[in-house]
Design a protein around this ligand. Structure first.
Ligand code: MRU
Length: 376
């Protein structure tokens, strides 16, 4: 793979979110960060599904890319030439992957792309279809990296006119770890930092899974981007003191009216940002838009196991007899969002109109958005 070991763009040790090894997939185990940088090997579609479900890999675009490789692995591990059996096996594998996490649109988008390869295989032999599926998974990974670069470039333009360095607050991890490299919200931060325009990043720790404290901080530290970590309930305090110029976050699913599902806590941040008149930007690839979803009301919200709330890094802090709830995402109404930064352009309200123009009827993303030639 051409971009292997470059994905995190770190100054020191090179680490990648995922590495396709030709016959298996290596995933950086994000549950172990920041203390250990270890990989697990996925050699079957079942192990890929388990890795997504158990948060070995997480973040909407990364889940999509990994699911693509999951489909490729399912094909590789099929032995025989019987097309009917192969189709049944592939459909079951896609169904398995689609049941891993319900909120992020990119998972279903990537699986759709893989399914289209299967649907268009015509009379091809099984071995040829396998090759096509692997190529498509690689293409999804490659395009994701290019898209993130463009998101970074488009996002930094928003701050072009600002004379002073920018103080940014971010939530969860929308970085290289959540994508095939460079990130979405962190792509904008990286691009700004390359021009010396970042004063400081405030990193919400992001309870309960601590993606901010464990993952975003790890990425920023590696790249020597100035930051400090706060617990989530401190955001309002820092906003009230003028310590936040902009809030920059990623997205898991964007409805056609602009309502945006992202990590739990984003909704509260958007309300705080509105009160203090601080702009809040969503950075996401167009593939995060679910054009068939009219509003955020119908976005499925994943509820994860209560143990994530009950425990901190394996230590129980809430006894079993006390009830907990653990919604992993919330929906920020479009009205609270200043702009959505995509690989194509920065989209402003009214979102129904501005998002709509990227789509043909039927909810498929225009192929041109994903052209891999680096041009728009
Ligand atoms: O539960 P997670 O860690 O998969 O949630 C991730 C987020 O909410 C991210 O902000 C989102 O996926 C955007 S990542 C570029």
């Amino acid at each position: 793979m051409g971009n292997r070991n470059l994905n995190l763009y770190t100054g020191e040790k090179r680490v990648s979110t995922l590495i396709w090894e030709g016959s298996f997939l290596k995933l950086l185990d994000q549950r172990k960060l920041p203390f250990k940088e270890v990989y697990i090997n996925c050699r079957s579609v079942d192990s890929v599904a388990e890795a997504i479900r158990n948060m070995v890999v997480r973040g909407a675009p990364a889940i999509g890319v990994v699911a693509g490789y999951g489909v490729a692995l399912a094909a590789l591990k099929f032995y025989g030439e019987d097309k009917q059996e192969f189709t049944g096996h592939m459909n079951r594998s896609i169904k398995l992957l689609s049941g891993t996490r319900p909120t992020a649109a990119n998972l279903f988008w990537a699986l759709d792309r893989m399914k289209r390869v299967l649907d268009h295989a015509g009379n091809l032999e099984v071995s040829r279809i396998k090759g096509k599926l692997i190529a498509e998974a690689k293409e999804i990974e490659k395009q994701d990296l290019e898209i993130n670069r463009r998101i970074g470039r488009n996002g930094k333009e928003i701050f072009r006119r600002s004379d002073s360095k920018i103080k940014i607050l971010t939530h969860c991890n929308a970085g290289a770890l959540a994508t095939s490299g460079y990130g979405t919200a962190l792509a904008v931060i990286r691009s700004l930092n390359e021009e010396g325009k970042v004063a400081n990043v405030i990193v919400d720790e992001t309870r309960p899974f601590l993606q901010g404290a464990r993952l975003t901080a790890w990425e920023l530290h590696k790249e020597k981007i100035p930051f400090f970590i706060i617990s989530d309930n401190m955001a309002g305090y820092f906003m009230s003191r003028g310590d936040v110029d902009a809030v920059l976050v990623g997205a898991d699913r964007i409805a056609s009216n602009g309502d945006t599902a992202n990590k739990i806590g984003t909704l509260s941040l958007s309300i705080l940002a509105g009160y203090y008149k601080i702009p809040i930007y969503i950075a996401a690839p167009i593939s995060t838009v679910d054009i068939k979803m009219k509003s955020g009301d119908n976005i499925p919200i994943e509820y994860r196991d209560g143990s994530e709330v009950r425990e901190v890094l394996g230590k129980t802090i809430i006894p079993k007899f006390m009830a907990v709830k653990n919604p992993a995402f919330d929906v920020t109404p479009a009205d609270n969002i200043t702009a959505i930064i995509t690989e194509k352009e920065v989209i402003y309200p009214p979102y129904k109109k501005s998002i709509g123009k990227f789509f043909k009827t039927g909810g498929h993303i225009k192929e041109e958005v994903h052209s891999s030639d680096g041009k728009k």
